[in-house]
Ligand binder design. Structure first.
Ligand code: ZN
Length: 474
């Protein structure tokens, strides 16, 4: 169960020590990854300077606003000024009786200010800082806060003002959350506020990213292709039943991901993207999977184009970004110094690398032993058992009797116990008390959708495929 390896493994690199089976060609032979298909849509918001301003204490914001008002709103990054279309004066309209009065002074000062504050608590100071009367600011604050609620989170404020310094009035206030929900307040002639509730106005965009494996790592290739950082692990996990990323995937192999992103009326991304499609094409095999919530299930799973779940009994590689350093079978043990059965598979990865539950099950043991160090045993619903050796630590909440889901992080790579010579996971599968080779044992096929579930899946599959085919997804 110990590991003969002396080199540490960097999960952000595919490079395997020269001479090992499956080593990729040398770096020099590999060209830069080609943007062979559509470039990804920008997945990251452009920096929003308002956020920095919004993070300041309210008095700073108010002071800032005051300065801007005093200086006539000099070009500042965090505030925009423009004439409010709602404030076009009656006197300017052709045909209006050209009697005595010159245009009222507020015509000149009609302005709109748009800014984002850190939360509902900043609304009062912001309105007070506009220069409107204190009682009007307080009333507007109450009305705005009632409309947007107390929950924390950024508030986008659009404030229409009219009148000169000293007699400034607010004519309209728009206060909305990042999802577009909130209210528009308008000032009635008697000074009270009319409120128009705004519903959340989020739209969902499907974005498609394609790329090619490079010589460094899937992580690197994925980032280059434009896959958001947070989607890389789910991408690899979705395909982990079909691919061993350490041995099956090579430079030049092609991958694709599609994900959904909620977008607010300002075009800003709201919330995290959700992966809905993954595929990898290698010389040996290709696989395309669609995310789908099957009827009666509480969590979405991954299905091939025919509606077969990929979720087999066990994950073959229950660790992120590892490579096999020692397989199952008879070998001369490097620590114990005699030939015996190596009853599992060793995956080398740096200390701290997450280890996943290979299948749903119940923790039956989570305590150290002399040889295996920190060991974890899971008992699975089909009667099989998996064992994980040499952990540096157990994940929070991992104790005997606790139920875990497939793919859940249960611990981290380590090198505890005397039967190890370097950081790795020794992984065993037991069936009816017998150790079997985790790499070759038949894990069975995933269940197939049928009836209404299959029909619903096909609609979802076709929707995703249309988005993938659409030229606008570049
Ligand atoms: Zn081992």
């Amino acid at each position: 169960m110990a590991d003969d390896e002396r080199t540490s493994f960097d999960p952000k690199t595919w490079l395997i020590a020269p001479g090992e089976a499956g080593a990729p060609p040398p770096l020099v032979a590999v060209s830069q990854p080609q943007a062979r298909t559509m470039p990804p849509r920008a997945t990251v918001l452009p920096p929003r300077p308002v956020a920095a301003a919004a993070g300041k204490p309210p008095y700073a914001l108010a002071a800032m606003l005051s300065v801007l008002l005093l200086t006539g709103g000099a070009a500042a990054a965090y505030l925009t000024r423009s004439a409010s279309p709602a404030a076009v004066p009656m006197a300017a309209q052709p045909g209006a009786p050209s009697v005595v009065a010159p245009p009222p002074p507020e015509v000149i000062d009609a302005s709109r200010r748009t800014l984002v504050v850190a939360g509902p608590g900043d609304v009062a100071a912001t309105l007070a800082g506009t220069g409107i009367a204190a009682d009007a600011a307080a009333a507007a604050t109450r009305a705005a806060q009632a409309a947007i609620g107390p929950d924390p989170g950024e508030i986008r404020m659009v404030i229409d003002l009219t009148g000169p310094d000293g007699a400034r009035r607010m004519t309209r206030l728009e206060a909305t959350r990042t999802d577009g929900s909130g209210a528009i307040l308008t000032v009635r002639p008697d000074g009270s506020y009319g409120s128009e509730v705004q519903q959340a106005r989020l739209t969902t965009e499907v974005q498609v990213v394609r790329g090619e494996m490079d010589a460094t790592s899937f992580y690197n290739a994925a980032v280059t292709a434009g896959i958001t950082d947070s989607l890389i692990e789910p991408f690899a996990k979705a395909l982990s039943f079909d691919f061993n990323f350490a041995t099956d995937v090579h430079p030049g192999d092609v991958f694709e991901a599609a994900f959904e992103q909620k977008v607010n009326p300002q075009g800003e991304q709201v919330g995290s993207p959700t992966l809905i499609y993954v595929s990898i094409q290698t010389e040996a095999k290709s696989k395309a999977l669609y995310r789908f919530l099957a009827p009666g299930e509480t969590e979405a799973g991954w299905f091939d184009g025919n509606g077969h779940s990929t979720q087999t009994a066990l994950m073959r590689t229950p660790v992120d970004g590892a490579r096999i350093t020692s397989g199952f079978g008879m070998r001369f043990h490097p620590v114990l110094h005699y030939t015996r059965l190596h009853g599992g598979v060793d995956f080398a990865a740096p200390i701290g690398t997450p280890i996943y539950a290979a299948a749903a099950g119940v923790v039956t043991s989570s305590s150290p032993t002399a040889c295996a160090g920190n060991m974890l045993i899971l008992h699975h619903d089909n009667g099989w058992e998996t064992r994980y050796f040499h952990l540096s630590r157990y994940a929070d909440g991992i104790h005997p009797g606790v139920r875990v889901t497939q793919g859940e992080t249960v611990g981290a790579i380590g090198t505890t116990g005397f039967c190890t010579t370097g950081p790795h996971l020794h992984f065993e599968v037991h069936i009816n008390g017998e150790k079997v080779d985790p790499m070759t044992v038949d894990y069975g096929t995933g269940k197939a959708l049928s009836g209404d579930g299959l029909a619903a899946f096909r609609r979802e599959r076709d929707r995703i495929d249309r988005a993938r085919a659409a030229p606008t997804t570049s």
